[in-house]
Design a protein around this ligand. Structure first.
Ligand SMILES: Cc1ncc(COP(=O)(O)O)c(C=O)c1O
Length: 389
């Protein structure tokens, strides 16, 4: 979409594919396996905690950096799960979801013309955030079948103009969980070239088959050059709350907050105490949530495999990637645009997450953070719709 009045640097961004496909799902009454949101709410006790906050007058502006209880809860979470130490007073910043944290980090840390190396396929807000900051996106492609980091490609992508690496693990949409060797390589290159690293870890608790999320900030030399970003949406099934956070050195947090304070200043005042309670939930919550999602992953993967798709089983996240070519299709965009009419199901074409669109052309992403009967309904609709071809 080109709009005469839209600033040049935003011309190529269009409308986010998720909004477009979710609107298509509503219009065609399709089962929406497109956008990554769960179709059931997170824990009741956390909802009650938000209700109590609403009723007890916590309805005015929260401090711009977030309420002290939530900053302390984020610091405790990093210590409990990763043995990291962040000072809640100066090294934790609460944001309006991870999305604002990503945008504020890029706006604060990137000069116009700086290069930002990002893993491709990338979450679509990265392209937008880099563009808004006037930066130049440099993709490093994760390729099927295993979508591992090509460390040589990463090394080659770094130039004298590179300012930052924008890393996402567990990775949307491929489901790759970067392993120790890959993270060591990223840390080594960041140290060697004196780069900042912005790391999006929103799926940190959604890992399967014993794969563990390892935070980049824990690697040698990374503590003071890494901006770690996460949020409550995925971990606690409250994607609509949009409460996120940044953990970094005091200097980087101050820099990110310089941008963040003029984006939203603050948001979600009564939700912040509830998210603090969520972060303190016992280990059982995190284990059960992961096990439930792993079963859903397996349910959708085996159904898609039976239908004839080439299925790439993810190590983490909410998403499974398939190759549509075994079913006789070539182009994921065409396939996904036709799917609501053909089968009453919405999925997301990978292509929109690539600069190298050819690599993503035959790949389609499906979300499995849905009730079992919804996954089954989607599969039975696909069974009928794809056969009718
Ligand atoms: C990789 C990644 N980062 C960030 C976000 C957005 O997080 P939030 O809703 O907390 O802004 C998403 C949501 O889908 C995502 O997949």
């Amino acid at each position: 979409m080109t709009q005469a009045r839209l600033a040049h640097r935003l011309q190529h961004l269009g409308t986010t594919v998720f909004a477009e496909m979710s609107a298509l799902a509503v219009r065609t009454k399709s089962v929406n396996l497109g956008q990554g949101f769960p179709d059931s709410d997170g824990p009741d006790e956390i909802i009650e905690s938000a209700v109590a906050a609403l009723r007890s007058g916590r309805n005015q502006y929260a401090p711009g950096i977030g309420i002290p209880e939530l900053r302390a809860a984020v610091a405790d979470h990093q210590s409990r799960f990763y043995d990291q130490r962040f000072d809640p007073g100066s090294e934790v910043l609460i944001t309006t979801g991870a999305t604002e944290a990503i945008a504020a980090s890029l706006l604060a840390l990137i000069e116009p013309g700086d290069e930002v190396v990002a893993l491709e396929p990338y979450y679509d807000s990265y392209a937008a955030g880099i563009a808004m900051a006037g930066g130049i996106r440099v993709p490093v492609t994760l390729r099927a079948p295993d979508f591992r980091l090509d460390t040589d490609a990463l090394r080659t992508a770094i130039t004298a103009r590179t300012r930052a690496l924008l890393i996402n693990s567990p990775h949307n949409p491929t489901g790759t969980v970067l392993d120790d060797t890959e993270l060591r390589c990223i840390a080594g290159l960041a140290n060697e070239h004196d780069l900042l690293v912005i790391t999006d870890e929103v799926y940190e608790h959604l890992t399967f088959d014993g794969h563990a999320h390892l935070p980049l900030a824990s690697y040698d030399g990374m503590r003071d050059r890494t901006v770690t970003i996460s949020s409550a949406g995925k971990t606690f099934s409250f994607t609509g709350w949009k409460v996120g956070w940044v953990c970094a050195s005091a200097a980087l947090v101050a820099a990110v907050n310089t941008a963040k304070q003029f984006l939203t200043f603050t948001s979600g005042a009564p939700l912040q105490p509830a998210v603090a309670d969520a972060l303190a939930l016992p280990d059982d919550y995190f284990v059960e949530f992961r096990n439930t999602l792993q079963a859903k992953r397996d349910r959708l993967c085996s159904g898609l495999r039976e239908l004839g798709f080439q299925v790439y089983v993810p190590q983490g996240t909410y998403f499974v990637t398939t190759d549509i070519r075994p079913l006789g299709f070539e182009d994921g965009v065409e396939f996904c645009l036709g799917l609501p009419e053909r089968a009453g199901v919405v999925a997301i074409p990978h292509q929109v997450f690539y600069d190298h669109t050819d690599v993503g052309r035959p790949l389609v992403r499906w979300a499995f953070c849905k009730r079992d009967q919804v996954i089954d309904e989607a599969l039975s609709r696909l069974r009928v719709g794809l056969r009718a071809r």
